[in-house]
Design a protein around this ligand. Structure first.
Ligand code: FAD
Length: 120
């Protein structure tokens, strides 16, 4: 079911109902919000965060303003918060850490392009 022109007013399932701003109530036994996730990054230096609290990384996935510190996945501002991106970023970062330990040059991360298709 798709509802247009309204949003969820209360995500608390109250008496088995979710309230919409239109005033309509939807029956629900279980409610799984998949929106509004916030990165838990308050403990990081503010200069390393963008205006939404995501960690700013450069093309090598290195955290902005910090040397040899990397960030991948949902907390990073590199790509949308999805597992498919995390998987590629994490593998790239691991290989870059190995290069770093060997004293080799770090390789830039290549984000997904629009022409690449992906499914999960
Ligand atoms: C309902 C739902 C459905 C999804 N479906 C898909 C999908 O179909 N395909 C897809 O590609 N992606 C999907 N995603 C997104 C996917 O789950 C995330 O992109 C992925 O889990 C990100 O992994 P992560 O390791 O970056 O972050 P997380 O999986 O969020 O892991 C971060 C971990 O760090 C812990 N943590 C947080 N703060 C601290 C702290 N201060 N100290 C110590 N630990 C801390 C958290 O408890 C958590 O365990 C979905 C997400 C949700 C919520």
């Amino acid at each position: 079911m798709v509802k247009f022109g309204t949003i969820i007013a209360s995500d608390l399932v109250d008496n088995g109902e979710v309230l919409l701003t239109s005033g309509e109530k939807l029956e629900a036994n279980l409610f799984l919000p998949t929106y509004g996730q916030q990165p838990n990054t308050d403990f990081l230096p503010s200069q390393s965060l963008d205006e939404h609290g995501f960690v700013k990384v450069d093309e090598r996935l290195e955290v902005s303003g910090l040397e040899n510190v990397f960030a991948v996945g949902d907390m990073s501002n590199k790509e949308p918060p999805q597992y498919i991106f995390l998987e590629r970023q994490a593998s790239h970062m691991a290989n870059n850490v190995i290069r770093l330990l060997k004293g080799e040059q770090l390789v830039p991360y290549k984000p997904f392009t629009k022409s690449e298709s992906y499914t999960t």
